[in-house]
Design a protein around this ligand. Structure first.
Ligand code: NDP
Length: 287
């Protein structure tokens, strides 16, 4: 007789808002292609004040793991039993593995970002990188890029976030030992010719505000520049379209999303998913 097992293997994402997060599309495509019929990825809207209950629920449902997105990546740290060294350095996690009630966190955003740059033929070693924003994504990217040998990282952020931006600058200088500076974002940011890679690590341009563009002096974007957006929805942001018009090489946030999701799937299932399948599913969902 065939084995009877109808127990779902649950993973998912906690976010707020969560409805427009396309993670489920790529995860389901991956699970299907891997023949993992019982695996389900749940998109769960968790209010900030309900995070503790949500973590209790995760354990009660014996979920195998969860992704954390805005605004939970930092607040969730206090519920973890352990975390990776890079997550500790970044001070935020985007993925949790539940090992029989013990929660282990990691941060795969920066790793996904680095893989995406590498696939586009960019080696950050010796490069000057400007990051727009100093939130969770910027922090993960800055730490990984620093660990991979970037020469200098400049953090552009509005002055009300100066404390957070300076904390990141000091982390890069003191813990990673690279040059770093904070640039107050009070007027359109002018890209200087010595910048090799410009990253939009803000949430500007994210669905549904798809026409929004980060406050950059667009005509300062030069053809030698590589412009990376972290926005995964839409894939082709208004910012990337403007940068491409000015001759810059551009890379969308889809690759970063797929790469980090692939690492997460491997952590949960112990198997590598097919990234091509995942990217195609994302493109189809967002077209
Ligand atoms: P946070 O809330 O931690 O940080 C948001 C950042 O955006 C802050 O620096 C904030 O600056 C800045 N920002 C927001 N609005 C504006 C604005 N109008 N002008 C200037 N700066 C602004 O978010 P995360 O870092 O976690 O996420 C940022 C984006 O990255 C999201 O859109 C998310 O979808 C995307 N992301 C993509 C991933 C991928 O795999 N492609 C992975 C992770 C995140 P301030 O301090 O001034 O408010």
């Amino acid at each position: 007789m065939k084995e009877q097992n109808y127990l779902d293997c649950l993973v998912g994402v906690f976010g707020h808002p969560a409805a427009e997060n396309p993670g489920v599309v790529i995860q389901h495509a991956a699970f299907q292609a891997m023949g993992l019929k019982l695996w389900r990825f749940l998109t769960i809207d968790v209010e900030p004040e309900d995070l503790e209950d949500a973590i209790r629920g995760l354990k009660a449902f014996k979920m195998r793991g969860i992704n954390c997105t805005l605004p939970h990546k930092i607040n969730v740290l206090k519920y973890l039993d352990g975390m990776s060294e890079s997550a500790r350095l970044i001070g935020a996690v985007n993925v949790i593995v539940n090992d029989n009630g013990k929660l282990y966190g990691d941060n795969t955003d920066g790793k996904g970002f680095m893989e995406s740059l590498t696939s586009a033929g960019i080696d950050v070693k010796g490069k000057v990188i400007t990051l727009l924003g100093s939130g969770g994504a910027a922090r993960a990217i800055a730490v990984e890029a620093g660990l991979c040998g970037a020469k200098e990282i400049r953090i552009v952020n509005r002055p009300h976030g100066e404390e957070r931006a300076m904390e990141l600058v000091n982390l890069l200088r003191e813990k990673i030992g690279i040059q770093a500076q904070y640039i107050p974002w009070t007027e359109p940011y002018r890209v200087t010719p010595d910048v090799d890679v410009l990253v939009n690590a803000t949430s500007v341009g994210l669905y549904p505000d798809v026409d929004a563009i980060p406050n950059v002096e667009l005509d300062s974007i030069h053809p030698g520049l590589f412009v990376q957006d972290v926005i995964p929805n839409p894939l082709s942001t208004a910012f990337l379209k403007e940068a491409a018009k000015r001759g810059a090489r551009c890379n969308d946030g889809g690759g970063m999303l797929i790469n980090q999701a692939a690492v997460n799937i491997e952590m949960w299932t112990g198997r590598k998913p097919d990234k091509e399948v995942m990217y195609r599913a994302l493109e189809e969902a967002l077209s």
